[in-house]
Design a protein around this ligand. Structure first.
Ligand code: ZN
Ligand code: ZN
Length: 316
């Protein structure tokens, strides 16, 4: 039985849906600490993230046990914080994985969890919330919900503006997402401004020749391609492919050396592992293959850089 009985809820306590924060009518029977407005949100949350974290939520959402000493209490609090941090990272990684796979709808509940745990742990105005806002914005853009994406990005921008300690890496990601939002809105002037900022901050954080900087070049190249400035686009695509081929060559060399060492030391065959995650490989392939874009027929007169096209390149 997973329908909430109103008489069993303490007076004055308001139970909210995990996904939309509307008044709840159902409860997860496995953990009994998670509530939903209806079957649709319960199923969406279960498929996205709840199945993986259901039991982990119990110690976070039940009252702390009675401790005999201050030392034990502090230890209990510390453990609670560790659990929250673990869940923040776990939900973030799961949401990111869905985004890389193009499953934007499934990414939303996981990203929302990451955001809420961050709010609980760091407060409402912490810069730690920004990565979760950016994930939610990316998922919204993928679903074609530009207004929603704009809201998340405004929150992220406001948080960054208020914070004095925001890292270059986060500022770079923020500008990249703002750039993509403006591409989706066909406001290329503004998109170029944000992507230039993205490249600047990514260069400060990682250097001009890093794969994390290449994403900015790539999206900028797409804009110039859409505007039929093919020579500028060509230069930028070439830059992206150079960065990636250099990176992949270096990785290959390191792995070749590791393989030789492993055979020497352990006397067994090295597994065919590239050392790159699936998503890094897919990004690499995309980037190295990107110059072929320039050999396609140039865009038709008035053809906008569509949302889907912008999003295809979103992962970089
Ligand atoms: Zn709901
Ligand atoms: Zn549960």
């Amino acid at each position: 039985m997973d329908i909430i009985c109103p008489l069993a809820v303490p007076k004055g306590r308001r139970l909210c849906c995990e996904v939309c924060e509307a008044p709840a009518e159902r409860v997860c029977t496995a953990c009994t600490v998670t509530y939903y407005c209806g079957v649709v949100h319960q199923r969406a949350d279960w498929d996205s993230i709840h199945e993986k974290i259901c039991q982990l939520l119990i110690p976070l959402r039940t009252t702390m046990p009675f401790y005999n000493s201050e030392e034990e209490r502090q230890h209990g609090l510390q453990q609670l914080r560790q659990r929250q941090k673990h869940l923040i990272e776990f939900c973030y990684t799961v949401a990111q994985k869905y985004l890389f796979e193009g499953k934007h709808e499934a990414a939303v509940p996981a990203a929302l969890h990451s955001l809420r745990f961050r709010m609980n742990l760091h407060g409402l105005s912490s810069v730690e919330l920004v990565p979760a806002y950016l994930l939610l914005a990316e998922a919204s853009l993928g679903l074609g919900q530009t207004v929603q994406a704009e809201e998340y990005l405004s929150q992220a921008q406001w948080t960054v503006l208020k914070s004095m300690e925001c890292s270059y890496a986060i500022q770079s990601l923020l500008h990249r997402n703002l750039g993509l939002l403006h591409i989706a809105k066909e406001n290329y002037e503004e998109a170029r401004y944000h992507l230039a900022n993205d490249i600047y901050f990514a260069s400060c954080a990682f250097g001009t020749e890093d794969i994390r900087t290449s994403g900015g070049y790539f999206h900028l190249a797409n804009i110039f391609y859409g505007l039929k400035k093919l020579d500028v686009a060509d230069t930028l695509y070439t830059k992206v492919s150079e960065i990636w081929s250099k990176y992949l060559n270096n990785r290959y060399q390191v792995l070749s050396e590791a393989r030789i060492q492993q055979i020497d030391l352990l006397g067994k065959r090295f597994e065919t592992d590239t050392g790159l995650g699936k998503w890094q490989l897919s990004l690499g392939n995309r980037a190295v293959a990107s110059p072929h874009l320039i050999h396609r027929p140039s865009p038709q007169e008035g053809e906008p850089l569509s949302l889907s096209r912008a999003h295809q390149c979103h992962l970089l």
